[in-house]
Design a protein around this ligand. Structure first.
Ligand SMILES: Nc1nc2c(ncn2[C@@H]2O[C@H](COP(=O)(O)OP(=O)(O)O)[C@@H](O)[C@H]2O)c(=O)[nH]1
Ligand SMILES: [Mg+2]
Length: 374
C-alpha cells in the first residue's frame, strides 16, 4: 500500500512539473515601427533577443521566446501588408494572453480602433507610452516643463485617446531606464491578470525585476528541486551505492541550467544587464564562477565530494543489488536536495545583488514621487 501511494504521489508531482514545463504565455506587442517594441521585449526577457535600432525594423511578425514566455513583435495596424480590416485575424490577436499596444508619441485613429476592438473582445489590453526619458528632455527644452508636468501632460494626452475604453492601464515607460516605476506596474499587472499555470510560467521566465519576483522564483524553484530530488530517488538507476554514493550528473546539470536561467544567471543575461545599466564588470566574473561551480561537471563533482559523495560510471549501475538501490535512492534524494539548496541560495543572492546594482545605476528621475493614480 505504502509503495502505491508513493508512486502515485510521484506521478502527481511529475504531472505538475510537466504541466509547468510545457506552459506558454503569449504576449503580443503591437505598434508602429521604431516605437520601441523590440526594446520592451528585450527588457522584459532580460537579454537581447530582438534586434533594436532605428533601421533594424521589419514589417513582418517576429516572434521571440524565452522558455515558456513568447513574444510577438507585431507591425503597426493599418499598413499595406496589415490592413486594418483583417489585422485581428492576420495577427491572431485573440490567441494572446496579454496585448501591449505601444506608442512613442501619440495614438492615431487606427490604434484607437484596435484598442477598442480588443477590449470589446474581452482581452487584457495594456496601453504603453514609451521613450519617456526623451519626452522629459524635450519638454524641458521646448516648454520648460518639470518632470511631473511632463508626466501629467503625456498621461492626459494618452488618456484622451483611450477614454471610455476599459483598458488594463496606461503605462509611461522608458526602456533605457529598466524595469521600474510604470514599467514595474505594467509587469505586475500582466502577472496579476494571468491565471494558474500561466502566472507561474511568467514568474519563472520574466527577468527578476523586483524583490517580489525574486521571492516568487525562489519559492517555485524550491518545488522544482523537491521534484528533481524525488525523481532522482525514484529512478533506481540514478543513485548508486558502492564504497561511496553517487548521483546522476545529468540530472544535476539540467537542474543547474534551469535554475540559472530562472534567475538570469547566465552569460547572455549578465552581459546584457552589465552593458545596459553600466554595472561593475565583477558580475560577469562571478557569473562565470557560478557556472564553473554548478554547471561544469568538475565543479559539480567537487561539490558532491563536499557533501560526501563521489560519482561512478554508468556501467557500474547494473551491478548494484536491489537493496543497495533502495538505500541509494534515499541518499540520491538528499544529495540532489543539498545540491539544489546551495544552488538556489547562490543564484538568488547573485540575482538580488545584480538587481540592486541595476536599480542604483538607473536614474530615478521620473515619477518616484508620482501620485497620479490610474
Ligand atoms: N531614449 C529611448 N530610446 C528608445 C527607447 N525605446 C526604444 N528606443 C530606441 O528607439 C529605436 C527603435 O527601437 P526598437 O525597440 O527597435 O523599436 P521597434 O521598431 O518598435 O521594435 C532604437 O534606436 C531604440 O534604442 C526608450 O525608452 N528611450
Ligand atoms: Mg522591432
Amino acid at each position: 500500500m505504502k509503495n502505491i501511494s508513493i508512486k502515485s504521489l510521484l506521478e502527481e508531482m511529475k504531472r505538475k512539473a510537466e504541466e509547468l514545463e510545457n506552459a506558454k504565455v503569449k504576449i503580443a506587442v503591437s505598434g508602429q515601427s521604431g516605437s520601441g517594441k523590440s526594446s520592451i521585449i528585450n527588457t522584459i526577457i532580460g537579454k537581447k533577443v530582438a534586434k533594436v535600432g532605428s533601421v533594424e525594423t521589419t514589417l513582418d511578425i517576429q516572434s521571440y521566446n524565452h522558455n515558456g514566455l513568447e513574444f510577438y513583435d507585431l507591425p503597426g495596424c493599418g499598413t499595406k501588408k496589415f490592413p486594418i480590416e483583417t489585422y485581428i485575424e492576420d495577427c491572431e490577436l485573440l490567441t494572446f494572453d496579454a496585448f501591449i499596444i505601444v506608442t512613442s508619441n501619440r495614438f492615431y485613429e487606427n490604434d484607437e480602433w484596435l484598442i477598442k476592438e480588443m477590449v470589446n473582445a474581452g482581452r487584457s489590453v495594456y496601453v504603453v507610452r514609451t521613450k519617456m526619458d526623451e519626452a522629459i528632455v524635450n519638454e524641458k527644452r521646448d516648454n520648460d516643463l518639470e518632470i511631473e508636468e511632463v508626466y501629467t501632460k503625456v498621461k492626459n494626452n494618452i488618456r484622451e485617446s483611450t477614454k471610455d475604453i476599459n483598458v488594463k492601464g496606461v503605462y509611461l515607460i522608458s526602456s533605457v531606464d529598466g524595469v521600474k516605476n510604470d514599467f514595474e506596474k505594467l509587469l505586475n499587472n500582466i502577472e496579476i491578470n494571468l491565471d494558474g499555470i500561466k502566472k507561474a510560467r511568467f514568474l519563472l521566465d520574466v527577468t527578476p525585476y523586483s524583490r517580489k519576483v525574486l521571492m516568487a522564483k525562489r519559492e517555485a524553484v524550491g518545488k522544482i528541486i523537491s521534484y528533481s530530488a524525488a525523481a532522482s530517488a525514484a529512478n533506481g538507476l540514478n543513485p548508486i551505492i558502492g564504497i561511496d554514493v553517487s548521483v546522476d550528473l545529468s540530472i544535476l546539470i539540467n537542474l543547474s541550467k534551469k535554475i540559472s536561467d530562472i534567475f538570469g544567471i547566465n552569460e547572455d543575461e549578465i552581459n546584457y544587464a552589465t552593458k545596459k545599466y553600466g554595472l561593475d564588470g565583477k558580475y560577469v566574473i562571478i557569473g562565470k564562477q557560478f557556472a564553473g561551480k554548478f554547471i561544469a561537471k568538475e565543479g559539480i563533482i567537487l561539490l558532491l565530494k563536499r557533501f560526501g559523495t563521489t560519482v561512478a560510471s554508468k556501467s557500474f549501475f547494473k551491478y548494484i543489488p536491489l537493496a543497495g538501490q533502495a538505500i541509494a535512492a534515499g541518499i540520491g534524494y538528499k544529495m540532489t536536495y543539498s545540491f539544489g539548496g546551495e544552488l538556489l541560495d547562490e543564484a538568488y543572492d547573485l540575482a538580488d545583488s545584480i538587481l540592486e546594482a541595476a536599480k542604483e545605476k538607473t536614474s530615478n528621475h521620473f515619477y518616484e514621487n508620482n501620485t497620479i493614480k490610474y
